[in-house]
Design a protein. Structure first.
Length: 199
């Protein structure tokens, strides 16, 4: 199976590549490193990426950024960061991937636990992650040619507790290798329109 991983050099993406690489052809896509490069905030960049990739069987997106700030301090530019990257970046990758995906292929997006468990200064992440989840549920009803779409919604990563742990008091971190298994389930399984919550 030919699997495209966008965000392949990040913590989750690296763990997913490791989980798949022995049994599948994995195409690593990153913002600054990888087999191919893409700017998720640019529709033109996404369009060019998909033209270059040719046909493939699965797309997994483990990338996308959001800003962290309070409701009163959050600027329009900070709101726009999450909208352009984590929300529309993933949506546009889905839109352009549909023509490149094999019949019965799969797409896996990423949201996060903040969609259901808000944290201080996480209002943008909560809003964007929730929108990603709802997009997946709606898009699953319109996928052509047997293509499936799911989303992985992980809690804070064990590998990220040093920089982010203070934002998640009482949350139990999970290793990226555990999170990667939910992407593997989405890619190789039969589920469609599911939000895989990893806690």
């Amino acid at each position: 199976m030919k699997v495209v991983v966008v965000g392949a050099t990040g913590t989750i993406g690296s763990a997913l590549v490791y989980a798949l690489q022995n049994d599948h052809e994995v195409i690593a896509v990153g913002n600054s490193r990888g087999d191919y490069l893409v700017d998720m905030t640019s529709e033109d960049s996404i369009r060019e990426l998909l033209k270059s990739l040719g046909r493939f069987d699965a797309l997994a997106i483990t990338a996308g950024s959001v800003a962290f700030n309070s409701l009163q301090a959050m600027t329009l530019a900070e709101w726009q960061q999450g909208i352009d990257s984590k929300l529309m970046g993933q949506i546009n990758l889905v839109r352009y991937a549909l023509d490149a995906l094999s019949d019965n292929g799969s797409i896996t997006l990423t949201s996060g636990i903040i969609a259901r468990e808000p944290i201080l200064k996480g209002i943008s992440a909560c809003t964007i992650n929730g929108a990603v989840n709802h997009f997946v549920k709606a898009a699953a009803l319109e996928m052509p040619r047997g293509i499936r779409i799911n989303c992985v919604s992980p809690t804070v990563l064990k590998e990220s507790t040093a920089p982010y742990g203070d934002f998640f008091p009482g949350f139990i971190p999970v290793p990226a290798s555990t999170v990667a298994q939910s992407y593997k389930k989405s890619i190789l399984g039969i589920q469609n329109g599911r939000i895989f919550e990893v806690e």
